[in-house]
Design a protein around this ligand. Structure first.
Ligand code: PLP
Length: 496
């Protein structure tokens, strides 16, 4: 390799990107990539040519083709050559996504959905069992909610307090009292544009590069995605299908390191439909206590419990720990599109004084959450809870859960734990029987042949290709059709 040529190309690329050697060294350090100051200056001076791994790293950072950087070609600096001597870019500059997104995954709306949309554009009718969005399946918002929002709309034109309207936070505070979470004040409550916004906000305010957060596997993948985006490391603990998808506490314990800051619990669980009993929650709280960890509890499905079982808020068992509890109205009031959720700080708040400053800063920066949606929190949380009717015998969600559980287990090669809450089931596939090695391909093949859209298990950070999630929100007649097609498909499907 011709050394002077390499050094010139490196310098040209640095100049074109307006980067200095120190910038490269800083990024290398942030990403944990070994690159010393003297190595870098030897590359720039042309005394040494880097090895392949470093060449690749430099090429990615400088957004040039690695072959071009290593060997050069007729065409100098593809994509953004410098104007002669002017320092001004004379060719179209290509904009690439941030490398912060490199390991971020959100396959609930991923490539299989892209293919479904493409097929729909060509006229195909796709049965979407991929996303927990109640409205398209005929679940409507309670009339009182719609009426009250209409009444208040004219008063919702301005920004609210960044944490939310007084009436909304008061209702959330009282709701937490009914869930036996002690000591919650109005100041401890933040409303958000759905729980989604607050998951992102709460992790951005907490994590430094390399901080670890324990997250269930399978998970609702936004948690893992937001930890990664905030520079942290998502460490997955296993939930055990053999034990009705309960968190494996021994596995959780074995994954705690010096860098672990928090445990995330999703209860009721998406995608498994599990509901955690008190002893399991107590064990998790005890682990957090022993290792001085923060608890994040995502309880967005806490009112969608089947057959009258009780939901216990994790924070109610951990008054001595720093807890953040998340919930909202997307699922319980079938108004996912209105974007309204909240998070509540409880327990030993003194431990998180500095963190709370960070939360307040980020909350202030987004000004406030959707005010018309906040205006109906009080209506939604008070009085008659129409969602209850869906979850008892004769109610839609209850009956659909009963149906799907039986239908899945009746298909040879599939098995599933009975869901106790929410509206998801996470069936296991006998991968040997169907010779499945890639669950995303399984989802794609099912989509193409039967026009049914599901999400593959690895989309929920489940490590093996042997599960998928069904959203059982459609009416039983529709589910029957879907299960019939799935049975036909699996009667002949062999991936390899
Ligand atoms: N948390 C869990 C476990 C979910 O399943 C979802 C949505 O499906 C969310 C949070 C996000 O909900 P929201 O609509 O409040 O953003």
């Amino acid at each position: 390799m011709e050394q002077t040529g390499f050094s010139e190309r490196l310098q040209d690329a640095l100049k074109a990107r307006r980067l200095r050697q120190s910038d490269i060294l800083r990024v290398a350090e942030e990403e944990g990539f070994k690159l010393s100051k003297s190595q870098m200056s030897q590359y720039v001076s042309g005394r040494v040519i880097p090895r392949r791994r470093v060449m690749q790293f430099l090429a990615e950072l400088l957004e040039v083709d690695v072959e071009w950087l290593a060997r050069g070609s007729e065409q100098e600096l593809p994509d953004f050559r410098l104007g002669e001597g002017s320092g001004i870019l004379s060719e179209a500059r290509v904009f690439r996504k941030s490398s912060k997104l490199d390991n971020v995954l959100y396959d609930v709306r991923g490539p299989v959905l892209d293919e479904a949309c493409r097929m729909e554009e060509q006229g195909a009718q796709i049965l979407k069992l991929n996303i927990g969005n109640p409205a398209p399946f005929g679940f409507r918002a309670p009339e009182e909610v719609l009426y009250d929002m209409g009444r208040q709309l004219k008063d919702c034109e301005g920004y609210s307090d960044s944490k939310g309207l007084f009436s909304a936070r008061k209702a959330i505070m009282q709701y937490m009292q009914t869930k036996n979470v002690p000591g919650v004040t109005m100041d401890d409550i933040y409303t958000g544009n759905g729980v989604s916004e607050l998951i992102n906000l709460s992790l951005s305010a907490l994590l430094n590069t390399g901080d670890e957060v324990l997250i269930p596997s399978p998970d609702y993948p936004l948690w893992t995605a937001c930890v990664t985006l905030a520079g942290g490391k998502a460490v997955h603990y296993r939930c055990d299908e053999e034990a009705d998808w309960m968190p494996d506490i021994a596995d959780m314990r074995s994954r705690i390191t010096r860098r672990t800051k928090a445990i995330v619990v999703i209860n009721p669980n998406n995608p498994t439909g599990a509901l955690y009993p008190k002893p399991v929650l107590e064990e998790i709280a005890e682990l957090a206590r022993q290792h001085q960890l923060m608890l994040f509890s995502d309880e967005i499905y806490d009112r969608l419990i089947l057959n009258g079982e009780e939901h216990i808020s994790l924070a109610s068992l951990a008054p001595d720990l720093f807890c953040v509890t998340f919930s909202g109205l997307s699922k319980s009031h079938m108004i996912a599109g209105y974007r309204v959720g909240w998070m509540v700080i409880s327990g030993n708040k003194a431990l998180g004084r500095d963190y709370i400053e960070g939360l307040n800063m980020l909350s202030n920066m987004r000004l406030c959450s959707n005010v018309p949606a906040q205006s109906i929190v009080q209506t939604a949380l008070g009085g008659f809870q129409s969602v209850k009717g869906y979850t008892v015998p004769g109610g839609r969600i209850y009956e659909q859960a009963e149906y799907i559980y039986k239908a899945v287990n009746d298909i040879p090669g599939l098995s599933a734990v009975k869901p106790k809450a929410a509206f998801y089931i996470f069936p296991k596939i006998d991968v040997r029987r169907f010779r499945i090695v890639d669950d995303e391909r399984f989802a794609l093949d099912l989509l193409k042949e039967k026009r049914i859209l599901i999400v593959h298990g690895r989309g929920f950070n489940w490590p093996e290709p042997d599960h998928f999630r069904i959203v059982y929100l459609p009416r039983i007649a529709v589910l029957e059709e879907a299960m019939g097609k799935l049975k036909d498909f699996l009667a002949h499907y062999r991936q390899q």
